[in-house]
Design a protein around this ligand. Structure first.
Ligand code: GLU
Length: 473
């Protein structure tokens, strides 16, 4: 959310792109094409509210790039939605998908509403009407453009979307693949909900396991013992905090709209979540200190800061006050380009959004593949693997005359279930992407920061696709 009225999020994405383009050799026309938003659909439609009033809803869907099909990206419900923001977020999706080798173009949607101000029935009507507007203009479909959850939306909205789509397109065999992030009962995949937070954890862990990077920052190797501040206790913030805590890091502060709480011994995100649900506020959590001005939490002394809320929260005003050594951008666009420059000078390592939060779209890709293949992951091989492992273990025990513990037996025999495969596919994706970006940066030390290295990685991949497609004869 912008607190500078002249701030353009799309322009700031363009600035980061231009900065990185200088480190590539691509022709300027091709770079212009990659940067531009291909299709921008701005719509207005009426919805009758519970009290009989008619409200005109403002909404968008932007397809930034069709260099690969379908386009992919979430839909957000927020009263800060505007065309500039959706264009910026759609562009980030193109670069994000390229970096993690997910074969989609970038897209994004937004409905300008604060979902808290509407009843569930009203939200359902708005979501279904939005979906039918997309169908009318051919802006949604498993091979065209595939939305997903984003800020203010979740499984419930995705279920409404798939139901509306399928009722308008009866008999379309791959129709379930028109949207991802669905409930498991409606064609969703196990592991999608926690995917972005888990991906953030895998990405930051990989960076923390790089001895040369850690020694430059004056930090020890590994995530265990690191002090973390998380901004946002939504789906992404909650799961990031959970995986850091479970892997030995200490979540010293959590921030939300109404304020932030601090406890140097660590906070349990689930207990904080329950407290907020029961009391309506994150403040006054037992054992923690209140920070009434929420944004002050960003300036706390810590090793890793995870902004997991909205864009533009670290800008030229507060960037000089940041004390974290690493910032892991779980949100899209939490830093402005001015903040980037200040933090580079301060020696802070910023792990950029468009790859760090790619866990969501990566698992969306797995969900889409599941929908197209019409079979649950693991269904064909789970039992086979378990039978084979049982046989191998039996042979080893016979030959050695020794037997393993019951716990070991369960571990060795276990055949992969859907959630195991999804988590492992995500882990592999995030590790590979982190190494690819770091290699680009190491090979060209004049690249000033990791974001620029990530953009170089994305530009090279998208430009290669365009060139190989021969779109510019
Ligand atoms: N909204 C998420 C993002 O910004 C997920 C998009 C998707 O799964 O398509 O990356």
């Amino acid at each position: 959310m912008s607190n500078h009225s002249d701030y353009s999020f799309f322009h700031s994405v363009e600035q980061s792109f231009d900065k990185a383009a200088l480190f590539t050799q691509w022709e300027s026309g091709l770079l212009e094409q990659i940067k531009a938003c291909n299709s921008v659909y701005s719509m207005r439609f009426p919805v009758k509210m519970d009290d009989g009033r008619i409200e005109v809803i403002e909404a968008y869907r932007v397809q930034h790039s069709q260099h690969k099909s379908p386009c992919k990206g979430g839909i957000r419900f927020s009263d800060a939605v505007n065309q500039d923001e959706v264009m910026a977020l759609a562009s980030l999706m193109t670069y994000k998908c390229a970096i993690v080798n997910v074969p989609f173009g970038g897209g994004k949607g937004g409905i300008k509403i604060n979902p808290r101000n509407y009843s569930v029935y009203e939200l359902e009507k708005i979501t279904r009407r939005y979906t039918s507007e997309l169908v009318k203009k051919n802006f949604i479909g498993p091979g065209i453009d595939v939305p997903a959850p984003d800020y203010g939306t979740g499984e419930r909205e995705m279920a409404w979307i798939v139901d509306t789509y399928q009722s308008l397109k009866p008999g379309e065999i791959d129709g379930a693949g028109c949207v991802t992030g669905k409930p498991v009962t409606q064609g969703g995949v196990r592991g999608r909900k926690e995917a972005t937070g888990l991906g953030v954890f895998f990405g930051v862990r990989e960076v923390c396991n790089m001895p040369d990077v850690m020694s430059k920052l004056g930090l020890s190797v590994g995530v265990a013992g690191k002090r973390i501040v998380v901004q946002g206790l939504g789906n992404v913030g909650y799961h990031s905090a959970k995986y850091f805590r479970e892997n030995g890091a200490i979540v010293v502060a959590i921030a939300e709209f109404e304020g932030a709480i601090y406890n140097e011994d660590g906070l349990n995100e689930e207990a904080v979540f329950q407290h907020r649900k029961a009391t309506g506020s994150i403040l006054n959590f037992p054992g923690a200190t209140n920070i009434t001005e929420s944004t002050k939490a960003l300036e706390l002394d810590c090793d890793i800061l995870i902004p997991a809320a909205l864009e533009n929260v670290i800008n030229k005003d507060n960037a000089p006050l940041i004390k974290a050594k690493i910032i892991g951008e779980a949100a899209n666009g939490p830093l402005t380009p001015e903040a980037d420059e200040i933090l580079i000078k301060k020696g802070v390592l910023v792990i950029p959004d468009m790859y760090l939060n790619a866990g969501g779209v990566t698992v969306s890709y797995f969900e889409w593949l599941k929908n197209l293949s019409h079979v649950r992951y693991g269904r064909m091989e789970k039992r086979f693997t378990e039978n084979m492992n049982t046989h191998i273990l039996g042979q080893i025990e016979n030959l050695t005359g020794k037997s393993v513990s019951d716990e070991e037996r369960r571990f060795i025999m276990h055949g992969a279930e859907e959630v195991d495969l999804v988590h492992s596919g995500l882990e592999e994706t995030m590790i590979t992407a982190t190494r690819e970006i770091m290699d680009i940066w190491k090979k060209n030390p004049t690249i000033p920061d990791m974001r620029t290295a990530a953009y170089v990685c994305a530009i090279n991949k998208v430009a290669t696709t365009y060139t190989e497609l021969g779109i510019f004869p």
